[in-house]
Design a protein around this ligand. Structure first.
Ligand SMILES: [Fe+2]
Ligand SMILES: [Fe+2]
Length: 137
């Protein structure tokens, strides 16, 4: 299973959020590796749990920051987070019901991995540009 490497083009220019994204990628990679190497169900369930928890921690913190900055695109950004929250809790439920199937591995690698990268590059990046614009104003 493919893991994700942090690259500088993923930086949105807000230090604490970049750090959270790096951690998020680490949790993603640990989950992907646990599934790929058919680690014990306990290990997979643990890494997937960490990933889900960390996603919530990160989304809440990013949303708080957006609200505090009166970010005009807050509602649409939060709607994207909410979609992923739903998808991720479905993945966790599928895992609990069916274990680490190939479908789950594919969903994590293709859907979740791509979502993560696209969201940072397209959606979070706009928030970074907004904050940078405010500092220069
Ligand atoms: Fe975001
Ligand atoms: Fe983010």
């Amino acid at each position: 299973m493919k893991t994700i490497q942090w690259q500088d083009d993923l930086s949105i220019g807000i230090g604490p959020i970049d750090e959270q994204h790096k951690k998020w990628i680490e949790h993603f990679n640990q989950t992907a590796e646990a599934i790929a190497s058919s680690k014990s169900q306990v290990q997979i369930s643990k890494t997937l749990g960490f990933l889900a928890d960390y996603t919530e921690t990160h989304f809440s913190s990013e949303e708080k920051y957006m609200q505090e900055s009166n970010y005009p695109a807050f509602a649409e950004h939060k709607a994207k987070h909410d979609e992923l929250r739903t998808t991720l809790s479905n993945l966790v439920r599928d895992y609990q019901e069916e274990g680490a199937t190939q479908d789950l591995a594919d969903a994590i690698e293709t859907f979740l991995g791509n979502w993560l990268l696209n969201h940072i590059r397209e959606v979070d990046m706009k928030f970074g540009a907004f904050i940078a614009g405010q500092k220069n104003a």
